[in-house]
Design a protein around this ligand. Structure first.
Ligand code: NDP
Ligand code: OXD
Length: 315
């Protein structure tokens, strides 16, 4: 029987092996880099950020399963074999990212950083607090995760808008799409959430010119950015410039053009920036491994893979 290869960059490789083994029954499992075995045996590669060029060395590969939602690293490999690439679109991951975004929207909305600073000074000073229903939130990317985030924040009462590549209808939200819809979307947005994939169209989109178009005279008392999409969507120097000139009042960043974030990055110590280490939504091998095996078994019975990436679109 053909083998499944696990090629995971990072600390979760062993956990994937254990969990896939628990469901793979008698199937051969191989692990990169130490136990690849004969590359000719490998039919399925379950990967997270594998080195470019590596998958091209598996001549009998039938499908690639990306163990995460974003496929930018994979698609940037010019030698990527022409087999279907499936990605994670799973409620567990969607819920985790939604938790992260809701937490940070509320941190900005409720001025938590200001109160943290006041607590350190033993300062008792309430500030005006708008209700959620007065504040406009905008979600860039209305896919599996962005639409769930929009729904969760809508249920908290925020005014919701969303922006996507193609037209979308989202209950309770005002939607915009394409380059033509971007400025109107930004003009009404006080808290901007980015859940876009990284593609040649979206790279660098979170820049100073865009931040200057956000609404900063609304009840939120300034504009805020939350980026949990991908690092190269944002221009770090422009975030600092926007914070310094007032185009942005605060930022929460989970992702960075260079990860880990360089120790000398001014973002670490900026008083208006919250930095997290790209963990808004970690995929759980325990939860997702059974689905990987079930997908492969269905595929072998002739069904298409779920959540296949459109390589031309780039996500
Ligand atoms: P989806 O593919 O389901 O959704 C992508 C959305 O982005 C779609 O609404 C799409 O528009 C929109 N989009 C793509 N290109 C453009 C463009 N040029 N202009 C406007 N809108 C665009 O992705 P997911 O929701 O599953 O995930 C989104 C991203 O979140 C991932 O690609 C990944 O980078 C990131 N992520 C980060 C995590 C973290 O831990 N920080 C965890 C998980 C994901 P349309 O609907 O028209 O196709
Ligand atoms: C993902 C991620 O894309 O964790 O799944 O960033």
């Amino acid at each position: 029987m053909s083998a499944i290869l696990i090629a995971v960059d990072g600390s979760q490789a062993a956990e994937w092996l254990t969990n896939l083994r628990a469901h793979a029954k008698t199937r051969k499992l191989r692990i990169w880099p130490d136990a690849i075995g004969n590359p000719d045996d490998v039919a399925y590669a379950c990967v997270w950020n594998p080195p470019h060029g590596f998958l091209a060395g598996l001549p009998n590969l039938k499908a690639i399963i990306n163990l995460g939602a974003g496929v930018d690293h994979l698609l940037a490999d010019p030698t990527l074999p022409r087999v279907p690439v499936a990605r994670v679109a799973h409620a567990d991951l969607t819920t985790r990212v939604t938790e992260y975004v809701v937490l940070h929207v509320l941190m900005h909305h409720r001025r938590q950083r200001v109160y943290d600073a006041q607590q350190r000074q033993r300062l008792w000073r309430p500030h005006d607090q708008p209700g959620a229903s007065e504040v406009s939130v905008g979600v860039m990317g209305l896919g599996v995760i962005g639409s769930n985030v929009a729904d969760a924040l809508g249920r908290l009462g925020f005014k919701i808008a969303g922006w996507s590549r193609t037209a979308k209808d989202l209950p309770g939200a005002k939607t915009f799409h394409g380059a033509a819809g971007l400025d109107a979307f930004l003009a009404r947005t006080e808290i901007l959430i980015c859940l876009l994939p990284l593609t040649h169209e979206t790279k660098g989109i979170l820049n100073l010119a865009l931040f200057r178009k956000l609404k900063r005279d609304g009840p939120a008392s300034g504009a805020f950015l939350i980026n949990a999409g991908r690092g190269p969507l944002q221009v770090d120097a422009d975030i600092i410039a926007a914070l310094d000139e007032g185009a942005l009042e605060g930022a929460t960043l989970d992702v960075f053009p260079q990860e880990p974030l360089r120790p000398d990055s001014p973002l670490w110590s900026h008083s208006k920036v919250t930095v997290t280490p790209h963990n808004a939504g970690d995929i759980s091998p325990r939860v997702f491994a059974p689905e990987v095996i079930a997908q492969i078994e269905r595929f072998e019975r002739g069904a298409p893979l779920d959540n296949v990436v459109d390589r031309t679109r780039g996500y």
